[in-house]
Design a protein around this ligand. Sequence first.
Ligand code: MN
Length: 451
Amino acid sequence: MTDLDHTHDPALCSWVASANAADTDFPIQNLPLGMARATGSTGAFRPVTAIGDQVLDLIAAAELGALSDALGAVLRTCEGLGLNPLMAIGPGLRRQLRHELVAALQDDAGPKQAALLAPALKPMSEVEMTLPCRIGDYTDFYAGIHHATAVGKLFRPDNPLLPNYKWVPIGYHGRVSSTGVSGQTFRRPLGQTKAPEAEAPGFGPVKRLDYELEVGALVATGNEPGRPVPIDEAEQHLFGLVLLNDWSARDLQAWEYQPLGPFLAKSFATTISPWVITMEALAPFRRAFTRPDGDPRPLPYLDGAANRERGAIGIRLEVHLQTRAMRDAGQAPAKLMASDFADAYWTVAQMLTHHASNGCNLQPGDLFGSGTMSGPAADQGGSLLELTQGGKQAITLPGGEQRTFLQDGDSVALVGRCEAPGRRAIGFGPCVGTVVPGGAWGVGGPPGRRA
Ligand code: MN
Protein backbone atom coordinates (compact mmCIF):
# COMPACT_ATOMS: atom_id res chain seq x y z
CA MET A 1 0.00 0.00 0.00
CA THR A 2 1.26 3.47 -0.86
CA ASP A 3 3.00 5.31 1.97
CA LEU A 4 2.74 8.97 2.75
CA ASP A 5 5.65 11.11 1.58
CA HIS A 6 6.52 14.75 0.90
CA THR A 7 4.03 14.87 -2.03
CA HIS A 8 1.17 14.67 0.52
CA ASP A 9 2.45 17.60 2.62
CA PRO A 10 -0.64 19.83 3.08
CA ALA A 11 1.60 22.94 3.04
CA LEU A 12 2.77 22.21 -0.51
CA CYS A 13 1.69 24.92 -2.99
CA SER A 14 2.02 25.34 -6.75
CA TRP A 15 3.10 28.21 -8.97
CA VAL A 16 -0.20 27.56 -10.78
CA ALA A 17 -2.19 29.93 -8.54
CA SER A 18 -5.61 28.29 -9.05
CA ALA A 19 -4.23 25.05 -7.58
CA ASN A 20 -3.89 26.81 -4.21
CA ALA A 21 -7.59 27.73 -3.90
CA ALA A 22 -9.18 25.97 -0.92
CA ASP A 23 -12.09 24.57 -2.92
CA THR A 24 -10.22 23.26 -5.98
CA ASP A 25 -10.50 19.54 -6.70
CA PHE A 26 -6.99 19.58 -8.14
CA PRO A 27 -4.35 20.96 -5.75
CA ILE A 28 -0.75 19.82 -6.24
CA GLN A 29 -1.40 16.94 -3.79
CA ASN A 30 -3.87 15.37 -6.28
CA LEU A 31 -2.33 15.29 -9.79
CA PRO A 32 -4.96 13.04 -11.41
CA LEU A 33 -4.31 11.48 -14.82
CA GLY A 34 -6.47 11.56 -17.92
CA MET A 35 -6.57 11.88 -21.71
CA ALA A 36 -7.33 15.26 -23.33
CA ARG A 37 -7.04 17.32 -26.50
CA ALA A 38 -7.96 20.87 -27.49
CA THR A 39 -11.74 21.23 -27.74
CA GLY A 40 -12.89 20.68 -31.30
CA SER A 41 -9.51 19.32 -32.39
CA THR A 42 -9.32 16.16 -34.47
CA GLY A 43 -5.88 15.35 -33.06
CA ALA A 44 -5.01 12.39 -30.87
CA PHE A 45 -5.87 12.50 -27.18
CA ARG A 46 -2.74 12.87 -25.05
CA PRO A 47 -1.94 12.01 -21.43
CA VAL A 48 -2.46 14.95 -19.08
CA THR A 49 -2.63 15.89 -15.43
CA ALA A 50 -4.83 18.54 -13.81
CA ILE A 51 -3.41 21.35 -11.68
CA GLY A 52 -5.99 23.86 -10.44
CA ASP A 53 -7.99 24.99 -13.46
CA GLN A 54 -5.18 24.08 -15.85
CA VAL A 55 -4.26 20.92 -17.76
CA LEU A 56 -0.62 19.93 -18.22
CA ASP A 57 0.27 17.97 -21.37
CA LEU A 58 2.64 15.30 -20.06
CA ILE A 59 4.34 14.52 -23.37
CA ALA A 60 5.05 18.22 -23.85
CA ALA A 61 6.31 18.44 -20.27
CA ALA A 62 8.70 15.56 -20.96
CA GLU A 63 9.90 17.21 -24.18
CA LEU A 64 10.57 20.41 -22.22
CA GLY A 65 12.78 18.42 -19.85
CA ALA A 66 10.47 18.48 -16.82
CA LEU A 67 10.03 14.67 -16.81
CA SER A 68 12.67 11.96 -17.09
CA ASP A 69 13.35 10.22 -20.41
CA ALA A 70 12.06 6.89 -19.08
CA LEU A 71 8.67 8.42 -18.28
CA GLY A 72 8.64 10.46 -21.50
CA ALA A 73 9.04 7.26 -23.52
CA VAL A 74 6.10 5.58 -21.75
CA LEU A 75 3.91 8.69 -22.02
CA ARG A 76 4.50 8.95 -25.77
CA THR A 77 3.14 5.43 -26.24
CA CYS A 78 -0.10 6.55 -24.51
CA GLU A 79 -0.88 9.12 -27.24
CA GLY A 80 -4.02 8.21 -29.16
CA LEU A 81 -4.40 5.04 -27.09
CA GLY A 82 -4.98 5.74 -23.42
CA LEU A 83 -3.09 5.40 -20.16
CA ASN A 84 -2.70 1.60 -20.51
CA PRO A 85 1.11 1.68 -21.07
CA LEU A 86 1.49 3.81 -17.93
CA MET A 87 -0.78 1.41 -16.04
CA ALA A 88 1.35 -1.55 -17.11
CA ILE A 89 4.76 -0.22 -15.99
CA GLY A 90 4.39 -1.00 -12.31
CA PRO A 91 4.18 1.02 -9.12
CA GLY A 92 7.80 2.27 -9.05
CA LEU A 93 7.66 4.40 -12.20
CA ARG A 94 4.11 5.51 -11.39
CA ARG A 95 5.32 6.92 -8.07
CA GLN A 96 8.27 8.50 -9.88
CA LEU A 97 5.82 10.33 -12.19
CA ARG A 98 4.06 11.81 -9.16
CA HIS A 99 7.36 12.87 -7.62
CA GLU A 100 8.62 14.47 -10.84
CA LEU A 101 5.32 16.31 -11.35
CA VAL A 102 5.42 17.70 -7.81
CA ALA A 103 9.02 18.85 -8.35
CA ALA A 104 8.03 20.58 -11.61
CA LEU A 105 4.81 22.21 -10.34
CA GLN A 106 5.57 23.23 -6.73
CA ASP A 107 6.11 26.92 -6.08
CA ASP A 108 9.73 26.35 -5.00
CA ALA A 109 10.41 25.50 -8.64
CA GLY A 110 10.00 29.23 -9.28
CA PRO A 111 9.27 31.54 -12.21
CA LYS A 112 11.89 29.86 -14.41
CA GLN A 113 9.98 26.57 -14.29
CA ALA A 114 6.69 28.41 -14.87
CA ALA A 115 8.08 30.00 -18.01
CA LEU A 116 9.54 26.69 -19.19
CA LEU A 117 6.27 24.76 -18.78
CA ALA A 118 3.92 27.52 -19.99
CA PRO A 119 3.66 26.01 -23.50
CA ALA A 120 2.52 22.67 -21.98
CA LEU A 121 -0.32 24.21 -19.94
CA LYS A 122 -3.84 24.90 -21.17
CA PRO A 123 -7.00 26.08 -19.36
CA MET A 124 -9.23 23.11 -18.52
CA SER A 125 -12.11 24.99 -20.15
CA GLU A 126 -10.32 24.70 -23.52
CA VAL A 127 -9.86 20.92 -23.62
CA GLU A 128 -12.14 17.92 -24.12
CA MET A 129 -11.53 14.59 -22.47
CA THR A 130 -12.12 10.97 -23.37
CA LEU A 131 -11.95 7.65 -21.53
CA PRO A 132 -8.68 7.52 -19.56
CA CYS A 133 -7.73 4.14 -21.03
CA ARG A 134 -8.83 1.29 -23.24
CA ILE A 135 -11.06 -0.64 -20.89
CA GLY A 136 -10.73 -4.33 -21.66
CA ASP A 137 -13.25 -5.77 -19.24
CA TYR A 138 -15.72 -4.21 -16.83
CA THR A 139 -16.95 -5.96 -13.71
CA ASP A 140 -19.61 -4.37 -11.53
CA PHE A 141 -19.48 -5.44 -7.88
CA TYR A 142 -22.18 -5.13 -5.23
CA ALA A 143 -20.16 -3.93 -2.22
CA GLY A 144 -22.72 -1.42 -0.94
CA ILE A 145 -24.34 -3.41 1.84
CA HIS A 146 -26.89 -0.66 2.61
CA HIS A 147 -27.95 -0.70 -1.06
CA ALA A 148 -28.05 -4.50 -1.17
CA THR A 149 -30.16 -4.55 1.99
CA ALA A 150 -32.56 -1.78 0.90
CA VAL A 151 -33.06 -3.25 -2.57
CA GLY A 152 -33.29 -6.79 -1.17
CA LYS A 153 -36.05 -5.59 1.19
CA LEU A 154 -38.12 -4.39 -1.76
CA PHE A 155 -38.09 -7.91 -3.19
CA ARG A 156 -37.73 -10.06 -0.05
CA PRO A 157 -38.93 -8.14 3.06
CA ASP A 158 -37.94 -10.84 5.57
CA ASN A 159 -34.73 -11.99 3.88
CA PRO A 160 -33.10 -8.95 2.26
CA LEU A 161 -29.49 -10.19 2.06
CA LEU A 162 -28.81 -13.47 0.29
CA PRO A 163 -26.71 -15.98 2.30
CA ASN A 164 -23.55 -15.48 0.22
CA TYR A 165 -23.40 -11.69 0.61
CA LYS A 166 -21.10 -11.48 3.63
CA TRP A 167 -18.72 -14.12 2.24
CA VAL A 168 -18.36 -13.39 -1.49
CA PRO A 169 -17.72 -10.02 -3.20
CA ILE A 170 -20.65 -10.42 -5.62
CA GLY A 171 -20.21 -9.11 -9.17
CA TYR A 172 -21.26 -9.54 -12.79
CA HIS A 173 -19.58 -8.87 -16.11
CA GLY A 174 -20.66 -5.51 -17.56
CA ARG A 175 -20.49 -3.81 -20.93
CA VAL A 176 -17.61 -1.53 -22.04
CA SER A 177 -18.75 -0.22 -25.45
CA SER A 178 -21.39 2.12 -24.00
CA THR A 179 -19.09 3.56 -21.33
CA GLY A 180 -18.43 7.29 -21.69
CA VAL A 181 -16.93 10.15 -19.72
CA SER A 182 -18.60 13.06 -18.00
CA GLY A 183 -20.73 14.99 -20.47
CA GLN A 184 -22.18 11.79 -21.92
CA THR A 185 -25.74 11.94 -23.19
CA PHE A 186 -27.68 8.80 -24.02
CA ARG A 187 -31.10 8.00 -25.37
CA ARG A 188 -33.72 6.57 -23.10
CA PRO A 189 -33.36 2.85 -23.70
CA LEU A 190 -36.05 0.72 -25.28
CA GLY A 191 -36.69 -2.72 -23.93
CA GLN A 192 -38.93 -5.59 -23.02
CA THR A 193 -40.76 -5.05 -19.77
CA LYS A 194 -43.69 -6.64 -18.01
CA ALA A 195 -45.85 -4.93 -15.42
CA PRO A 196 -46.60 -7.32 -12.51
CA GLU A 197 -50.31 -7.40 -13.31
CA ALA A 198 -49.85 -7.70 -17.10
CA GLU A 199 -50.35 -11.05 -18.76
CA ALA A 200 -47.57 -10.66 -21.32
CA PRO A 201 -44.56 -8.35 -21.68
CA GLY A 202 -44.46 -5.39 -24.06
CA PHE A 203 -41.69 -3.49 -25.80
CA GLY A 204 -41.03 0.25 -25.63
CA PRO A 205 -39.19 3.06 -23.86
CA VAL A 206 -38.32 2.10 -20.29
CA LYS A 207 -40.30 3.92 -17.59
CA ARG A 208 -38.19 3.28 -14.50
CA LEU A 209 -34.84 4.79 -15.50
CA ASP A 210 -32.41 5.20 -12.60
CA TYR A 211 -28.81 6.03 -11.74
CA GLU A 212 -26.40 4.26 -9.37
CA LEU A 213 -23.75 6.14 -7.41
CA GLU A 214 -20.58 4.06 -7.62
CA VAL A 215 -16.82 4.33 -7.40
CA GLY A 216 -14.84 2.80 -10.28
CA ALA A 217 -11.39 1.21 -9.83
CA LEU A 218 -8.92 0.82 -12.71
CA VAL A 219 -6.45 -2.04 -12.81
CA ALA A 220 -2.76 -1.21 -13.28
CA THR A 221 -0.48 -4.20 -13.87
CA GLY A 222 -2.35 -7.41 -14.61
CA ASN A 223 -1.72 -11.01 -13.60
CA GLU A 224 -0.93 -14.11 -15.64
CA PRO A 225 -3.75 -16.62 -16.22
CA GLY A 226 -3.82 -19.13 -13.40
CA ARG A 227 -1.81 -16.86 -11.07
CA PRO A 228 -4.05 -15.31 -8.41
CA VAL A 229 -3.08 -12.04 -6.70
CA PRO A 230 -2.48 -12.35 -2.92
CA ILE A 231 -4.40 -9.75 -0.90
CA ASP A 232 -1.15 -8.17 0.34
CA GLU A 233 -0.13 -7.49 -3.28
CA ALA A 234 -3.52 -6.39 -4.57
CA GLU A 235 -2.93 -2.65 -4.18
CA GLN A 236 0.19 -2.84 -6.37
CA HIS A 237 -2.18 -3.88 -9.17
CA LEU A 238 -4.50 -0.89 -8.74
CA PHE A 239 -3.99 2.33 -10.72
CA GLY A 240 -6.63 4.61 -9.25
CA LEU A 241 -10.28 5.48 -8.80
CA VAL A 242 -12.97 7.34 -10.76
CA LEU A 243 -16.65 8.11 -10.12
CA LEU A 244 -19.02 5.78 -11.95
CA ASN A 245 -22.72 6.10 -12.74
CA ASP A 246 -24.22 2.70 -13.53
CA TRP A 247 -27.41 3.86 -15.29
CA SER A 248 -30.10 1.24 -14.72
CA ALA A 249 -33.52 0.53 -16.22
CA ARG A 250 -35.39 -0.98 -13.26
CA ASP A 251 -38.45 -2.20 -15.19
CA LEU A 252 -36.22 -3.99 -17.68
CA GLN A 253 -34.05 -5.34 -14.85
CA ALA A 254 -37.00 -6.78 -12.89
CA TRP A 255 -38.19 -8.79 -15.90
CA GLU A 256 -34.84 -10.03 -17.22
CA TYR A 257 -32.52 -10.52 -14.23
CA GLN A 258 -33.36 -14.11 -13.31
CA PRO A 259 -31.57 -16.46 -13.65
CA LEU A 260 -28.35 -14.93 -15.06
CA GLY A 261 -28.29 -11.39 -13.64
CA PRO A 262 -28.27 -7.91 -15.19
CA PHE A 263 -28.04 -7.62 -18.98
CA LEU A 264 -29.83 -4.99 -21.09
CA ALA A 265 -30.99 -3.11 -17.97
CA LYS A 266 -27.38 -1.95 -17.54
CA SER A 267 -25.59 -2.20 -20.87
CA PHE A 268 -26.99 0.91 -22.62
CA ALA A 269 -24.78 3.46 -20.80
CA THR A 270 -22.23 3.88 -18.02
CA THR A 271 -20.66 7.28 -17.24
CA ILE A 272 -17.29 7.68 -15.52
CA SER A 273 -15.33 10.78 -14.49
CA PRO A 274 -12.40 11.38 -16.90
CA TRP A 275 -9.78 12.07 -14.21
CA VAL A 276 -8.20 9.04 -12.52
CA ILE A 277 -7.35 9.79 -8.89
CA THR A 278 -4.24 7.69 -8.35
CA MET A 279 -3.81 5.30 -5.43
CA GLU A 280 -0.82 7.46 -4.45
CA ALA A 281 -3.02 10.57 -4.19
CA LEU A 282 -5.54 8.64 -2.05
CA ALA A 283 -2.92 7.57 0.54
CA PRO A 284 -3.87 10.24 3.15
CA PHE A 285 -7.51 9.14 3.10
CA ARG A 286 -7.08 5.47 3.91
CA ARG A 287 -9.06 4.08 6.82
CA ALA A 288 -9.33 0.86 8.74
CA PHE A 289 -11.49 -1.83 7.17
CA THR A 290 -13.90 -3.03 9.81
CA ARG A 291 -16.91 -5.28 10.03
CA PRO A 292 -19.82 -4.92 12.46
CA ASP A 293 -19.65 -7.22 15.50
CA GLY A 294 -21.14 -10.59 14.71
CA ASP A 295 -20.44 -10.43 10.97
CA PRO A 296 -18.15 -13.16 9.60
CA ARG A 297 -14.44 -12.41 9.19
CA PRO A 298 -13.44 -12.58 5.50
CA LEU A 299 -11.94 -15.93 4.48
CA PRO A 300 -8.12 -15.93 4.78
CA TYR A 301 -7.51 -15.22 1.07
CA LEU A 302 -9.49 -11.96 1.49
CA ASP A 303 -7.91 -11.00 4.80
CA GLY A 304 -4.56 -9.28 5.39
CA ALA A 305 -3.00 -6.94 7.92
CA ALA A 306 -2.64 -3.99 5.51
CA ASN A 307 -6.20 -4.48 4.28
CA ARG A 308 -7.49 -4.46 7.86
CA GLU A 309 -5.46 -1.42 8.87
CA ARG A 310 -5.90 0.78 5.78
CA GLY A 311 -8.00 -1.08 3.22
CA ALA A 312 -10.93 1.36 3.21
CA ILE A 313 -10.86 4.77 1.53
CA GLY A 314 -12.78 7.79 2.82
CA ILE A 315 -14.51 9.57 -0.07
CA ARG A 316 -17.54 11.80 0.52
CA LEU A 317 -19.92 10.94 -2.30
CA GLU A 318 -22.96 12.92 -3.46
CA VAL A 319 -25.65 12.78 -6.15
CA HIS A 320 -27.06 15.97 -7.67
CA LEU A 321 -30.00 16.17 -10.08
CA GLN A 322 -30.84 18.95 -12.54
CA THR A 323 -34.02 18.64 -14.60
CA ARG A 324 -34.48 20.31 -17.98
CA ALA A 325 -36.83 22.87 -16.38
CA MET A 326 -34.21 23.65 -13.71
CA ARG A 327 -31.56 24.05 -16.39
CA ASP A 328 -33.80 26.35 -18.46
CA ALA A 329 -34.51 28.45 -15.37
CA GLY A 330 -30.80 28.69 -14.54
CA GLN A 331 -31.39 26.75 -11.33
CA ALA A 332 -28.44 24.85 -9.81
CA PRO A 333 -28.57 21.05 -9.52
CA ALA A 334 -30.23 19.80 -6.32
CA LYS A 335 -28.30 17.58 -3.94
CA LEU A 336 -30.23 14.34 -3.41
CA MET A 337 -28.00 12.52 -0.90
CA ALA A 338 -24.51 11.97 0.51
CA SER A 339 -22.62 8.85 1.59
CA ASP A 340 -19.06 7.68 2.23
CA PHE A 341 -17.05 5.13 0.24
CA ALA A 342 -15.47 3.97 3.52
CA ASP A 343 -18.81 2.23 4.24
CA ALA A 344 -18.22 -0.30 1.43
CA TYR A 345 -18.54 -3.88 2.68
CA TRP A 346 -15.55 -4.99 0.60
CA THR A 347 -12.35 -3.04 -0.17
CA VAL A 348 -11.00 -2.51 -3.69
CA ALA A 349 -8.10 -4.84 -2.79
CA GLN A 350 -10.57 -7.58 -1.83
CA MET A 351 -12.47 -7.08 -5.10
CA LEU A 352 -9.26 -7.44 -7.09
CA THR A 353 -7.98 -10.47 -5.17
CA HIS A 354 -11.37 -12.18 -5.33
CA HIS A 355 -11.65 -11.48 -9.08
CA ALA A 356 -8.28 -13.14 -9.75
CA SER A 357 -8.71 -15.88 -7.13
CA ASN A 358 -9.98 -18.45 -9.64
CA GLY A 359 -7.05 -17.80 -11.95
CA CYS A 360 -8.81 -15.18 -14.08
CA ASN A 361 -6.24 -12.81 -15.58
CA LEU A 362 -6.82 -9.09 -15.13
CA GLN A 363 -5.32 -6.60 -17.57
CA PRO A 364 -4.14 -2.98 -17.39
CA GLY A 365 -7.22 -0.79 -17.86
CA ASP A 366 -9.81 -3.26 -16.57
CA LEU A 367 -12.60 -1.45 -14.74
CA PHE A 368 -14.40 -2.46 -11.54
CA GLY A 369 -17.58 -0.78 -10.31
CA SER A 370 -17.98 -0.81 -6.53
CA GLY A 371 -21.74 -1.32 -6.48
CA THR A 372 -24.14 1.39 -5.36
CA MET A 373 -22.74 3.32 -2.41
CA SER A 374 -25.75 4.08 -0.25
CA GLY A 375 -25.34 5.16 3.36
CA PRO A 376 -27.05 3.52 6.33
CA ALA A 377 -29.92 6.06 6.59
CA ALA A 378 -33.06 6.02 4.43
CA ASP A 379 -32.18 9.43 2.91
CA GLN A 380 -28.76 8.15 1.86
CA GLY A 381 -29.94 5.93 -1.00
CA GLY A 382 -27.48 5.93 -3.90
CA SER A 383 -30.28 5.34 -6.45
CA LEU A 384 -33.82 6.60 -7.00
CA LEU A 385 -35.05 3.03 -6.44
CA GLU A 386 -34.05 3.46 -2.81
CA LEU A 387 -34.90 7.16 -2.33
CA THR A 388 -38.45 6.58 -3.66
CA GLN A 389 -38.96 3.14 -2.08
CA GLY A 390 -39.28 1.38 -5.38
CA GLY A 391 -41.07 4.29 -7.08
CA LYS A 392 -43.84 4.47 -4.45
CA GLN A 393 -42.81 7.75 -2.79
CA ALA A 394 -41.88 10.60 -5.14
CA ILE A 395 -39.15 13.03 -4.10
CA THR A 396 -39.82 16.76 -4.45
CA LEU A 397 -37.12 18.98 -5.96
CA PRO A 398 -36.46 22.60 -4.84
CA GLY A 399 -38.43 24.03 -7.80
CA GLY A 400 -41.46 21.86 -6.92
CA GLU A 401 -41.01 19.19 -9.57
CA GLN A 402 -41.38 15.58 -8.45
CA ARG A 403 -39.51 12.47 -9.46
CA THR A 404 -39.87 8.76 -8.89
CA PHE A 405 -37.55 7.86 -11.77
CA LEU A 406 -35.61 9.94 -14.33
CA GLN A 407 -37.41 11.99 -16.99
CA ASP A 408 -36.00 12.96 -20.39
CA GLY A 409 -33.65 15.94 -20.05
CA ASP A 410 -32.58 15.04 -16.50
CA SER A 411 -28.86 15.42 -15.75
CA VAL A 412 -27.28 13.49 -12.90
CA ALA A 413 -23.98 14.68 -11.42
CA LEU A 414 -21.87 12.57 -9.07
CA VAL A 415 -19.46 14.30 -6.69
CA GLY A 416 -16.49 12.77 -4.89
CA ARG A 417 -14.22 14.56 -2.43
CA CYS A 418 -11.62 13.31 0.05
CA GLU A 419 -11.19 15.29 3.26
CA ALA A 420 -9.27 14.40 6.41
CA PRO A 421 -8.02 16.42 9.39
CA GLY A 422 -4.60 17.96 8.67
CA ARG A 423 -4.76 16.92 5.01
CA ARG A 424 -5.18 18.90 1.81
CA ALA A 425 -8.62 17.99 0.38
CA ILE A 426 -8.76 16.58 -3.14
CA GLY A 427 -11.67 15.97 -5.47
CA PHE A 428 -12.66 13.79 -8.42
CA GLY A 429 -13.88 16.49 -10.85
CA PRO A 430 -17.17 16.20 -12.75
CA CYS A 431 -19.14 13.05 -13.58
CA VAL A 432 -22.30 14.24 -15.33
CA GLY A 433 -24.63 12.35 -17.65
CA THR A 434 -27.92 13.32 -19.31
CA VAL A 435 -30.79 11.23 -20.64
CA VAL A 436 -32.45 12.45 -23.83
CA PRO A 437 -35.65 11.13 -25.47
CA GLY A 438 -35.39 7.63 -26.89
CA GLY A 439 -36.83 6.29 -30.11
CA ALA A 440 -33.63 4.79 -31.44
CA TRP A 441 -35.86 2.99 -33.96
CA GLY A 442 -37.81 6.12 -34.81
CA VAL A 443 -41.55 6.68 -34.75
CA GLY A 444 -43.54 3.48 -35.11
CA GLY A 445 -41.39 1.20 -32.98
CA PRO A 446 -38.97 -1.52 -34.02
CA PRO A 447 -38.28 -2.10 -37.74
CA GLY A 448 -40.22 -5.36 -37.84
CA ARG A 449 -43.42 -3.57 -36.92
CA ARG A 450 -43.24 -0.77 -39.44
CA ALA A 451 -46.15 -0.63 -41.88
MN1 MN B 1 -24.29 -1.24 -10.30
